[in-house]
Write a protein that binds this ligand. Structure first.
Ligand SMILES: [Zn+2]
Length: 114
């Protein structure tokens, strides 16, 4: 699934996606030579949505994270399908559903929303 610039945590949650984070240290540090870190982990989506809210844009997540191994803040978040959508839908998460509706409404109007 491609990462949508408009995608919010609420939308990703209902779409059954799982956030995976990977530390990029060692690849983007300019001319200084550093040891690559390479630490990666699956984030706990339930906690993210409780702390950031359903309207939090997914792309901003990368700016809020810090690698627990090297302390680096150069990270990449990938969204993989993994969770069972039906189970998430059944939780009746109105705040998440609102996010999906909002985007659909904007698309119908022909706005890019960016
Ligand atoms: Zn790291």
């Amino acid at each position: 699934m491609p990462t949508d610039i408009e995608m919010t945590l609420g939308m990703a949650f209902l779409a059954g996606l799982q956030p995976h984070v990977r530390c990029l240290r060692g690849r983007r540090m300019g001319p200084a030579k550093v040891e690559p870190c390479g630490y990666s982990a699956e984030l706990d989506f339930e906690t993210l949505i409780w702390t950031r809210g359903a309207a939090f844009p997914c792309w901003r997540l990368e700016q809020r994270l810090k690698c627990p191994r090297c302390g680096g803040t150069s990270l990449a978040v990938a969204w993989h399908p993994g969770a069972w959508k039906g189970e998430r839908m059944a939780r009746d998460l109105v705040q998440c559903a609102k996010e999906v509706e909002k985007t659909e409404r904007a698309r119908r109007k022909g706005k890019s929303g960016v």
